[in-house]
Design a protein around this ligand. Structure first.
Ligand code: MG
Length: 206
């Protein structure tokens, strides 16, 4: 099912805040990626020449099974039917340039294939989404390691917050932020993102 939107959360792990020198947010930082950026397991991540550094960001994705608005925290997870491994691929130089002058960074986050996602699994297939190990490797070398217990805003808080302002539709995706260790991808790299019990996402950069 094609989502109407991919809701992304920025700077949601303490460790990633530290490495990007970002201030601790008082409220979740929310942006979108367009559904046209989605790519599957095994698909190529296609870079565009002249766009500078491209970074990987392993994230837990939530996929919504029903529509909701003003969703209370206590019911938030009942709106999530599936979860998946997501790579929030980012043209970092373009994003940094846009931020430095106060412009939006849509292109930096939204290029075709910049949203690889593993096949979703039912949320019930993991014991606790608040304690999942995330890992990302490039050419077999581990670059990112984290655990969803280290999120600043837990999934329930993110869903309650976002749904105060916008309707979450069935099929929509929420990428919940990345832990530390973001870094560059270059042509030819094989990037593998994993979340224990959720799946593995393998993509080649071309
Ligand atoms: Mg991200």
């Amino acid at each position: 099912m094609r989502p109407t939107k991919i809701i992304c959360i920025g700077w949601n792990y303490r460790s990633h805040l530290a490495e990007t020198n970002a201030a601790f947010p008082k409220e979740p930082i929310v942006f979108f990626k367009p559904p046209s950026c989605l790519a599957g397991n095994g698909a190529d991540i296609v870079t565009v020449d002249g766009t500078g550094a491209i970074h990987h960001e392993v994230e837990l994705a939530l996929i919504f099974g029903k529509k909701g608005k003003n969703i209370p925290k206590s019911e938030a997870l009942s709106y999530v039917s599936h979860i998946a491994v997501f790579n929030d691929v980012t043209a970092r130089d373009m994003q940094t340039q846009a931020r430095s002058v106060g412009n939006p960074w849509c292109i930096a986050k939204g290029m075709d294939t910049f949203g690889p996602m593993s096949d979703p699994v039912p949320i019930g297939s993991v014991k606790d989404i608040h304690n999942l190990d995330l890992e990302l490797s490039v050419n077999g070398v581990v670059k990112q390691r984290g655990n969803t217990s280290l999120m600043l805003f837990r999934p329930e808080e993110l869903i309650a917050y976002v749904s105060r302002f916008m309707t979450i539709e069935k099929g929509d995706i929420m990428a919940t932020g990345t832990p530390e260790g973001i870094g560059p991808l270059v042509k030819g790299d094989i990037v593998v993102a994993k979340i224990n019990g959720v799946g593995e996402l393998r993509n080649k950069v071309v």
